[in-house]
Design a protein around this ligand. Structure first.
Ligand code: SAH
Length: 271
C-alpha cells in the first residue's frame, strides 16, 4: 500500500522549497481538493508535497509516513482506506517542532494543556472500527475532542463531512491553525462541550470520541443515525478504560466492549 508513493517519490535528498514555510505558496498540490477525492486519488495527488522534517531526522516525511503505514499494516490494521488516509496526513505538522521527529513513531504525544494526540495505532484502530462493514466514505461524522486536529484531518479523507468539537479554547484555536495549511473544506471545527454532541449536524453516520467518561452520553446515542456506529473510550466496571462500539439499528442499540485503552478524561463544560 505504501509502494505507490514510495515508487513515485522524488529522489533523495528532497529539495527544500524556498518557500517551504509558506504553505499557500506550495504549488505541488491543492490540499482543498483532497477533501473531495477518495483517499487513493488524494494519496496520488499528495505526492510531491514534501515538507522535510527538522534536521536530524534525515528522511522526508512521505518516507517516514509510508514506514508508519507499513508498521500499522504489520500490526494487523487492514482497512486500505484508513491506511491510505494515515499515509496522507502529515502528523508532524500537528505537534511542537521539538517533538516532530517523533511524529511518526507509534507513540502518543503531548499537544498542550495536559492533552495528548493518540498514537497512530489507536487512531487507525478506531477509524477501522468506525468504518467496519461500510464501503465508501462515511457520511457526516462527529468527532468529540478535536485536540490538535490530527484525527480530524485523517477523518476528512474518510467522511463526507467532519464536525469536530473541542472544549478547550486553546486547543480549538490550535487545531484551527494546524488545519489551515491543509485547507480541508469538509472539516468543521466547533468550540463547545462535546458531551452534548452537536445537534445541528445530526444525525451522524458515525461518532468518534478521543476522551473517555463513565458512560456514553445520551446525546451521542440520540444524534447517531439509525445504521450508524459510535466508537469511544469508556470507563468499565473495574475502573479501567476500554474501547466501546455502539451500533444503532431500528431495533435499538447494541454495545460491544473491546480492548483496554488509555484516553484523557471526557469533561463537561468548556475552559
Ligand atoms: N483527536 C485528537 C485527540 C485529542 S485528546 C487529536 O487528534 O489530537 C482528547 C481531547 O478531548 C482533548 O483535547 C480534550 O480537551 C477533549 N475533550 C475532553 N472532553 C471533551 C468534551 N466534553 N467536549 C469536547 N472535547 C473534549
Amino acid at each position: 500500500m505504501s509502494e505507490g508513493p514510495r515508487a513515485k517519490r522524488p529522489g533523495f535528498p528532497v529539495k527544500l522549497a524556498a518557500n517551504s514555510g509558506v504553505p499557500s505558496a506550495n504549488k505541488s498540490i491543492n490540499p482543498a481538493r483532497i477533501g473531495q477525492t477518495n483517499a487513493a486519488q488524494a494519496r496520488n495527488a499528495q505526492i510531491g508535497l514534501q515538507k522535510p522534517l527538522p534536521s536530524g531526522v534525515g528522511l522526508d516525511s512521505q518516507t517516514v509516513r509510508s514506514r508508519m503505514v507499513d508498521k500499522l499494516a504489520k500490526q494487523g490494521l487492514q482497512d486500505a482506506e484508513v491506511l491510505a488516509a494515515m499515509g496522507l496526513v502529515e502528523r508532524h505538522r500537528f505537534v511542537d517542532t521539538a517533538l516532530a521527529n517523533q511524529a511518526y513513531e507509534d507513540t502518543s504525544l503531548p499537544i498542550g494543556l495536559g492533552q495528548t494526540i493518540s498514537k497512530p495505532n489507536v487512531v487507525a484502530r478506531m477509524l477501522e472500527l468506525l468504518r467496519e462493514g461500510r464501503s465508501g466514505r462515511l457520511g457526516r461524522v462527529l468527532e468529540v475532542g478535536t485536540g490538535c486536529g490530527y484525527q480530524a484531518a485523517v477523518l476528512s479523507h474518510l467522511a463526507v463531512e467532519v464536525y469536530s468539537i473541542e472544549r478547550l479554547r486553546g486547543l480549538h484555536e490550535k487545531a484551527r491553525e494546524n488545519l489551515r495549511y491543509f485547507r480541508l473544506p469538509n472539516v468543521h471545527l466547533l468550540f463547545g462541550d462535546g458531551m452534548e454532541g452537536f445537534a445541528k449536524g445530526a444525525p451522524y453516520a458515525a461518532i468518534i470520541a478521543a476522551a473517555g467518561g463513565e458512560a456514553i452520553p445520551q446525546a451521542w446515542i440520540e444524534q447517531l443515525a439509525v445504521g450508524g456506529r459510535l466508537v469511544a473510550p469508556m470507563q468499565t466496571a473495574k475502573g479501567q478504560q476500554a474501547l466501546v462500539v455502539i451500533d444503532k439499528s431500528a431495533q435499538g442499540v447494541r454495545q460491544t466492549v473491546l480492548e483496554a485503552v488509555h484516553f484523557v478524561p471526557l469533561k463537561s463544560g468548556t475552559d
